[in-house]
Design a protein around this ligand. Structure first.
Ligand code: ADP
Ligand code: ZN
Length: 765
């Protein structure tokens, strides 16, 4: 593993001050948010001696810059030549921002996920704590009166980024935080500055408004009577909590079985015992609905999600830290909330891939939850209708305790699932086959009965492929190895990887044949075909193209809840957490779309998705019905999901993974090599694979690849990857740390090729 002791060679990165020696009251080791796997030693001037304690943030000189870091240790002496150590510039906090427990946790985190301690700490601290300066203000962009089509037309060809930005701002039609739009459109601030110079937009600094989720108030009643199964689950959890000992429980409960009520009861008890709680939910399930469940039960609940401004996040973070809010509900990063005396950690939908952060530091919040609970003697509840195979295996092997809710509350039945073989459906004259006869009939029936339907398709846009019949080519992104998706409303072909877009080519870019064909369907096409099929139905589409702001999302859900809409068409965004009793029909338009991904978890994902989406139907008194449209009706994931046979699916899938040596039977480290120069990326990958071979051989592991990554080019960079497989248990700890140590050095030494280390990877693209 990386040596955590200060590295003398590194302590001297900056030139020594030739000035006379200043008095020194000790030394501080500071973790900086940089990809350098060491901490840096600074001297503590006497004036700062009182406040320079572990866990406080400090400003330090670094080269010619000033950076913010966290003191991880203080020392009286130092082996380095004191004249060559620079002093801390400032201490920014009166009290430590990060307590000893979180310091320890992030240190483990950095080791395990092969990042620097400072990078791990950056995952813990809210954004505004990583900067100095005014925390309460955010920059907000608004379009000036009268700016519209003319201006758009002026920039469309020559300044595509300005065009994209201006169009998005016009669509939103309200001021938005600058950082939010630039991040979403994957652009820098330059295009916005250009629009400002043209006099089309204004950028203002404003005091950040309170979190919009605060306002929503749907009250939930506390059911008097728990079901027998809920009672048993709550009993087991409360018992462990009262003992004050660590335990991880896998709460496996079918959709609608009342898992949330179980969480609420354990948290009630924790609060009575004077302890706090963290509840993690997937970002998109963090709806006003979910929040109101917790707010109406516990009052002051701190919410943390990525849509908040830094100032809002900081506010919530401080309220958790001071104990004003003892319950924190949030997405991935909420696992680090500084809740004092944490007693319960809940991870709802624990199988969700979004708990894995896909940028540095690449941690898995569910796994951190277990580690944090163990360190604190807290109870960790992992809840899901379809647990990940990893957790399922951990429960089977009794590392986790298993609690089961096999029935829906109040005896409501599970929905009936029908598989429709799309290969047998007649092709549609107008376009791709989106609706089977069966689905059409049921949609009409549901509408007539005044009930609601949900249509799910895991793909946005109108047509994912623009295809030339003459030469067989399809239109691709210039910078990424993917096809462009046609979006009809904006009339542009968009890259879903880098967000760049072009006007739809009138002719094939490869052979100049006229008339490209629009193949396949996305949510936009489903919505428009539905309009033709059921003209009288009130339809809304929910995907990241229509739901530009959180408010749009909340408004649409509320109006669906009030029965002002008949059909909701959507992507991932509608797969989770929604609980609308009037929904009796769910159509899964293309169940196999996830099956063809180059990912060993493709079948597992498909099962999870089917179960999840199906769970949206039949939550009221009426029987729910699910139509699963597929071209692979015999696939085990689809067959088992239709029979609700999760155990059978897991057993089969686990055996398969065992044969292939994939998780949960093995642990993986994925390494991605990115470079503008394909040969250089290839060469780095080969060298790295070669270096890992010995470690793999010695510990009974293996190196797979290197090979081109499934997305072989991204934003103009060629990508290769390799997988290191290590045994799941036994020698793992040592093998893992040897491999990570090698990879960290390799990555640090590789200056041209970018080397990304992903421990326990979730995305294989
Ligand atoms: P899950 O998360 O397991 O899918 P939910 O927690 O959404 O299930 O619960 C489904 C519905 O059942 C919710 O509307 C909830 O209010 C209700 N519910 C939960 N427990 C009970 C109970 N003991 N009695 C009556 N209704 C309950
Ligand atoms: Zn692209």
């Amino acid at each position: 593993m990386a040596d955590r002791a200060p590295d003398p060679a590194r302590g001297l990165l900056f030139p020594a001050d030739e000035e006379e020696e200043a008095p020194v009251a000790g030394f501080a080791r500071v973790a900086l948010n940089r990809p350098l796997h060491c901490e840096f030693t600074y001297s503590v001037p006497p004036a700062l001696a009182e406040s320079a304690r572990p866990g406080v943030r400090v400003a330090v000189p670094f080269g010619s810059r000033r950076l913010i870091g966290v003191i991880v240790a203080t020392e009286d002496g130092c082996d380095l030549d004191p004249r060559r150590i620079r002093p801390l510039a400032d201490v920014l906090d009166a009290e430590p921002m990060v307590d000893a427990g979180l310091l320890e946790l992030t240190r483990w985190f950095a080791d395990y996920y092969a990042c620097s301690w400072g990078q791990a700490l950056s995952a813990v601290l809210p954004g505004s704590l990583k900067r100095e300066g005014n925390r309460r203000r955010v920059r907000v962009v608004s379009v000036r009166e009268g700016v519209g089509e003319t201006e758009l037309a002026e920039v469309v060809d020559r300044f595509p980024k300005q065009h994209r930005l201006l169009r998005t701002l016009l669509e939103i039609g309200a001021p938005v935080e600058l950082r939010v739009v630039t991040r979403r459109l994957k652009i820098s601030e330059h295009p916005c500055r250009s629009l400002e110079r043209r006099g089309w937009v204004t950028i203002e600094r404003v005091v950040s408004a309170p979190d919009p989720l605060l306002s929503s108030g749907l009250d939930r009643e506390r059911p008097e009577q728990l079901s027998d199964q809920q009672e048993t689950a709550v009993g087991a959890l409360v018992e462990r909590l009262e003992q004050g000992e660590y335990g991880t429980f896998l709460l496996q409960g079918v959709t609608g079985s009342g898992k949330t009520e179980v969480y609420l009861r354990v948290i009630e008890r924790a609060l009575e015992l004077g302890r706090g709680a963290i509840v993690l939910v997937p970002e998109i399930a963090l709806t006003p609905q979910t929040v109101s469940w917790f707010r109406s039960r516990f009052g002051d609940v701190a919410i943390l999600h990525s849509g908040m401004t830094d100032a809002q996040r900081l506010d919530m973070w401080m309220r958790a830290r001071s104990g004003a809010a003892r319950v924190v509900v949030g997405a991935r990063s909420a696992i680090f909330a500084p809740v004092p005396d944490l007693g319960v950690i809940v991870v709802d939908e624990e199988h969700e891939p979004s708990f894995k952060q896909e940028s540095v530091p690449r941690y898995h919040a569910r796994d951190i939850a277990v580690v944090r609970a163990r360190a604190l003697g807290a109870v960790c509840v992992l809840g899901s209708a379809t647990p990940s195979l990893e957790s399922w295996k951990n429960a089977r092997e009794e590392r986790y305790e298993r609690l089961a809710l096999t029935e829906r509350v109040s005896g409501r039945g599970m929905p009936v699932i029908e598989i429709v073989d799309m290969r047998r459906e007649k092709p549609d004259r107008a376009g791709p086959k989106l609706f089977s006869r069966r689905l059409r009939t049921l949609l009409e029936e549901t509408l007539e009965r005044g009930k609601q339907s949900i249509l799910f398709l895991n793909r946005r846009g109108f047509a994912p492929v623009l295809w030339c019949r003459e030469c067989g080519e399809s239109v691709r992104c210039r910078q990424c190895d993917v096809t462009l998706t046609f979006h009809r409303r904006i009339g542009r072909a968009v890259c879903h990887c880098c967000c760049e877009e072009v006007g739809p080519p009138k002719a094939c870019p490869a052979c100049t044949a006229p008339a490209l064909h629009y193949l396949g369907g996305g949510s936009e096409r489903v919505e428009s075909s539905l309009g033709a099929l059921l003209p009288e139905a009130r339809v809304a589409r929910m995907d990241s193209d229509t739901m530009l702001r959180r408010e749009d999302y909340e408004r649409t859900l509320e109006s669906f809840g009030r029965g002002e809409l008949d059909v909701l068409v959507g992507t991932q965004m509608i797969a989770k957490g929604l609980d609308f009793p009037n929904v009796v029909l769910v159509g899964i338009v293309a169940a196999d779309s996830a099956l063809h991904l180059p990912d060993f978890r493709a079948a597992e994902r498909t099962y999870q998705l089917l179960a999840q989406v199906s769970g949206r139907a039949g939550r009221g008194a009426d029987q729910g019905r699910i139509v699963v449209q597929t071209c692979t009706p015999d696939h085990p994931a689809i067959q088992r999901a239709a029979r609700n046979d999760f155990e059978g699916f897991c057993a089969q899938e686990e055996a398969l993974r065992g044969e292939l040596g994939y998780p949960p039977h093995a642990r993986l480290i994925r390494v991605v090599f990115e470079d503008e120069d394909a040969a250089r990326a290839g060469e780095a990958a080969e060298r790295c694979a070669h270096g890992l071979e010995a470690c793999a051989r010695e510990h009974g592991g293996a190196v797979l690849g290197p090979a081109p990554a499934p997305i072989a080019m991204l934003r103009g960079r060629h990508r290769r990857h390799l997988l290191l497989k290590l045994p799941a248990r036994g020698s793992d700890a040592e093998a893992g740390s040897v491999a990570r140590g090698f990879l960290i050095r390799f990555a640090e030494e590789s200056t041209r090729t970018r080397v990304l280390i992903d421990v326990d990877p979730v995305s294989m693209l």
